[in-house]
Design a protein around this ligand. Structure first.
Ligand SMILES: C[S@@+](CC[C@H](N)C(=O)[O-])C[C@H]1O[C@@H](n2cnc3c(N)ncnc32)[C@H](O)[C@@H]1O
Length: 287
């Protein structure tokens, strides 16, 4: 049985505890489709005010009892209960996660699935804990750039690597060496695992960090949020070798001008090169 509760973000923890207390085997939080808000003082981190908490229970629960318990916390009209078919959940994502193509030749293909074309550039990736399976518009914008660009023999920095998808793709399309950095330890582990599984670990270094650090690359690619990119503009711009390329994503249409202005002050004239679902890709060359 699935019990879904639409509630405010502030109540999410309480609802989660209550669902677990009632015997939920798992609780998931997802956005309920309202508009992201900007949290004052935390840059441009989008937060959703309304969320949906979903508790999954064994089929034999007493739904009335769970509803009654929830009514202490939330309006009973926001609670819905439905039966869900039993299935092999750990395999279920595979039905939805199909090979995806980016540009001409670059593909993301889950492990165990056949290569879509004999001469495709294939990144093998499964959904995991870190961001970056190719399904998000911002990742797509970067992967399409990597497919079209001349990456052969270049040094690449993937800043905010998540699953490592961009850095691994860069290695697969011919980068000489890739440096991946993320501030989330889970992303560092995921990137190392994914690099190993794609057979390119000898050309990719991954580390945990809050800034790009020392060193320069021919190509710097970074898919983070606009506020963070702006804040890191001096360090990110400095990490691009003169004549090298900077590619940024994670920026919404109406944020592009301020990101462009921030990097302009550090010697890189960025321009909007493409957009998908309101997200833009910014590209520029360091003078
Ligand atoms: C939107 S995800 C992008 C993941 C992947 N590169 C992609 O394109 O799908 C952004 C990543 O940046 C990381 N991140 C956010 N702020 C960061 C910072 N200040 N320094 C390093 N990494 C950061 C997050 O942990 C997350 O993994």
């Amino acid at each position: 049985m699935e019990v879904a509760v639409r509630t405010g973000k502030a109540r999410a923890d309480l609802v989660e505890s209550l669902l677990l207390g009632q015997g939920a085997l798992a609780v998931t939080l997802s956005d309920s489709g309202d508009q992201p808000l900007l949290e004052p003082g935390v840059g441009e981190t989008p937060l959703w005010d309304d969320v949906v908490m979903i508790g999954l229970f064994n089929g034999d629960i007493d739904a009335q009892r769970v509803r009654a318990a929830l009514s202490l916390l939330v309006d009973p009209n926001t609670v819905s209960v439905r039966e869900v078919r039993d299935q092999a959940w750990e395999r279920a994502w595979m039905d939805r996660f199909k090979p995806m193509r980016f540009g001409e030749r670059l593909w993301i293909v889950p492990h165990g699935m056949d290569a879509p074309e004999p001469d495709a550039d294939i990144v093998r990736l499964d959904p995991g804990l870190a961001f970056g399976t190719g399904t998000h518009a911002t990742t797509r914008l970067c992967l399409e750039w990597l497919d079209a660009a001349d990456v052969n023999g270049r040094d690449v920095l993937d800043y905010g690597c998540g699953s490592g998808v961009l850095g691994i793709a860069a290695a697969i399309v011919g980068a000489r060496h890739v440096r991946c950095i993320d501030n989330d330890p889970q992303a560092v582990t995921a990137t190392a695992d994914n690099a190993e599984r794609n057979g390119i670990a000898d050309r990719l270094d991954v580390s945990q960090g809050q800034t790009p650090g020392e060193g320069q690359a021919d190509i710097v690619i970074s898919n983070i949020l606009a506020g963070i990119l702006q804040r890191l503009a001096p360090e990110l711009a400095a990490s691009v070798r003169p004549g090298g390329a900077l590619v940024l994503a994670g920026v919404l249409d109406d944020q592009a001008d301020s990101v462009i202005a921030a990097f302009g002050e550090h010697g890189i004239d960025l321009a909007v090169a493409n957009s998908v679902d309101g997200w833009v890709r910014l590209e520029g060359v360091r003078a």
